[in-house]
Design a protein around this ligand. Structure first.
Ligand SMILES: Nc1nc2c(ncn2[C@@H]2O[C@H](COP(=O)(O)OP(=O)(O)OP(=O)(O)O)[C@@H](O)[C@H]2O)c(=O)[nH]1
Ligand SMILES: [Mg+2]
Length: 436
């Protein structure tokens, strides 16, 4: 099970369905000149949903087709007919995929069948029937559907291997992998032969385990030296590490020194790595000086268990796989805890419903409620504009703007539109276009 062109990162674009527009319609009946309003509501847009699927092992399918759009809701119609909801769109990702947006972790898809709505469909706009009141018995107002959420997501699939092979370049990691599994990694007598991780499935008796062979580590790997960091994260989720040491003396580096520097690198990279159970393995025992070097190493490591093998002749490999299986039986299963991110704190946060930001050219009103109200208002309808202005006023947007020094005539931005501030009103400057 070799992964020669191992692919574990991709970017996708998801767009939830827009809500359908509400309908503006009046009953027309014989003998009744003006019937009541009967415009139905628009349907809600479909969500984009992610599901962790154990049958997938790469992100390849998503790379070929990175745009995903859920269905929009239908528009409402006269005779109180509501629009149909848009269908959800489900995207399957491999178990173990981490989802990021703007560099922040959104969710870790670690469990089989784990499901998350990653982009919410827009609300359907209300039709004019639902605006009927005693004060306004013939409302000429219908909301637009709310646009569905759109997100750009970075997906990262961490290799889920049981065992991570670590060691200096040239220690014989790839050779070992090729001997205990079907994998056929590149092997050569120079450092950094392995450029990206190789996976292999090893067996002992009826037990199997997945081994990840990563590029050799050097001092400073945790801070990006060599090929280090890029690949250390691949072994962060392994349950056991095999630390391979070249004891032949040919490398020029003493095995104990190599052991120390790699152990230090792992600890500097993450606490998680530092805590993993490690099996120390001396390799290249077929070479002449190896026995002496191993003796010295044993002394320095004072009683720590060290297995000795030759990845080339196969000596000691059975004992090695057996020891790994035993360690895996004892090692706890990885339990991933998803820590929810603390919500971002904005500077001018006055209320949950909205906040004001000073921009170069004027002020911007932000916030879920305000932005939703904005996107669902049809600015072609005078009654809708009045309603928009009234709601902003009731929410206290005007007061807060004034406290921040807004003057009559100043531009105020909401969503993709500009308004001119006047006491008691936000006068829309430009027509609002759905596709701006
Ligand atoms: N004599 C002898 N040579 C070995 C043994 N294991 C590996 N080698 C040799 O050591 C060299 C490096 O082996 P690799 O398996 O490529 O080493 P690696 O640790 O994967 O190296 P990088 O990928 O560069 O980090 C090759 O020439 C192998 O043939 C062994 O047990 N005995
Ligand atoms: Mg290698």
């Amino acid at each position: 099970m070799a992964h020669p062109s191992f692919l574990d990162k991709t970017r996708i674009y998801v767009q939830a369905g827009n809500g359908g527009n509400g309908s503006l319609s009046f009953r027309r009946e014989k003998y009744v000149e003006w019937g009541g309003p009967n415009g139905g509501n628009g349907g809600v847009g479909g969500d984009v949903i992610l599901v962790a699927d154990q049958n997938l092992t790469t992100l390849l399918d998503l790379t070929y087709r990175p745009h995903f759009t859920a269905q929009s809701g239908d528009v409402g119609r006269g005779w109180d007919k509501h629009g149909r909801a848009g269908e959800n769109l489900t995207i399957h990702v491999p178990v173990g995929t981490a989802i990021y947006e703007d560099g922040n972790l959104v969710v870790d898809m670690t469990e089989i069948g784990q499901t998350i709505v990653i982009a919410h469909g827009g609300r359907g706009g209300r039709g004019n029937a639902s605006f009927k009141s005693t004060r306004n018995t013939a409302p000429k107002i219908a909301e637009l559907g709310e646009p569905g959420e759109a997100r750009t997501l970075d997906l990262e699939l961490k290799l889920i291997a049981d065992v991570g092979l670590v060691g200096c370049p040239n220690a014989g990691k790839s050779t070992l992998l090729s001997r205990i599994s079907q994998a056929k990694p590149k092997i050569a007598d120079y450092p950094f032969t392995t450029l990206s991780p190789n996976l292999g499935v090893a067996k002992f008796g009826d037990k199997t385990f997945v081994v990840a062979d990563i590029p050799g580590l050097i001092e400073g790997a945790h801070s990006g030296k060599g090929l280090g960091t890029e690949f250390l994260r691949h072994i962060e989720r392994t349950r056991v590490l095999v630390h391979l040491l070249d004891v032949s003396g040919f490398s020029g580096q003493k095995p104990y020194k190599a052991y120390q520097s790699i152990t230090k690198e792992l600890a500097l990279y993450s606490k998680k790595l530092a805590k993993k159970p490690v099996l120390i393995v001396a390799n290249k025992m077929d070479l002449t000086d190896s026995k002496d070097e191993l003796k010295t190493l044993r002394k320095k490591l004072k009683g720590k268990k060290i297995l000795s093998i030759s990845a080339v002749t196969g000596e000691g490999l059975k004992e090695l796989t057996e020891a790994v299986v035993k360690m895996l039986e004892k090692a706890p299963k990885e339990i991933d805890v998803v820590i929810p991110k603390a919500p971002e704190v904005h500077k001018f946060h006055f209320a949950d419903e909205f906040f004001i930001e000073k921009e170069e050219e004027g002020f911007r009103v932000k916030g879920k409620k305000v932005e939703r109200l904005f996107s669902m208002t049809n600015f072609e309808q005078p009654q809708a504009v009045t309603r928009f202005q009234n709601i902003l006023k009731k929410m206290g947007v005007e007061k807060v703007l004034e406290r921040n020094g807004v003057q009559p005539g100043d531009p105020v931005f909401i969503g993709n539109s500009e308004f001119i501030f006047e006491p008691g009103a936000f006068v829309p400057m430009r027509r609002y276009h759905r596709d701006d």
